[in-house]
Design a protein around this ligand. Sequence first.
Ligand code: HEC
Length: 155
Amino acid sequence: MNLQRAIAVLACVVLSALALADTAPEPDLKKIMQGLRNNTVSVLDGLLTDDFDADAVAVAANEIAHHPSIPGAQVQLVARELGAEMPAFKQFDQQVHDLSLSILAAAEEQDRDRAVADYQQMLNGCLACHAAYKERVAMVLNAAGDTETEYDNPL
Ligand code: HEC
């Protein structure tokens, strides 16, 4: 392959990569959850190593608080399944949201005890929602065609 051809091929590869990045779909609930999981592990890691200076705890807590919203089509599927229980489902999300903000504030004040207590409560929120709704909601969303399970190591 001559140099010109090599450059042309390389340009094509780069352009298609950019085009793919541009059309990346919005994250579905499972992807959002995988992000929450990674950030939850990162917060714990920051707490275990007292890593307040590097902002590890604050940054990951902030990511949890501002996770992407669930795509509208999935919200509709969940709402149809849960009906009158939808507010309870949302309440768990709100609880995790509020506690992650509280962890963020505690981390910024280097208040280790409060950050740890809030973290434990936040985990209770994650697990309580899972106990009540994870299987049911996963079943509805899986039936709608989503099957991917994949973890990135956050550390
Ligand atoms: C409002 C309810 C709710 C809250 C709060 C919640 N989850 Fe989930 N989570 C779900 C549901 C529903 C699923 C199943 C999604 C699916 O399979 O499509 C799930 C799935 C998961 C999964 C499995 C993803 C996979 O690849 O199968 C992980 C990991 C996870 N959640 C982590 C967390 C963490 C960490 C928190 C707290 C920071 C949290 N979740 C809070 C409802 C919740």
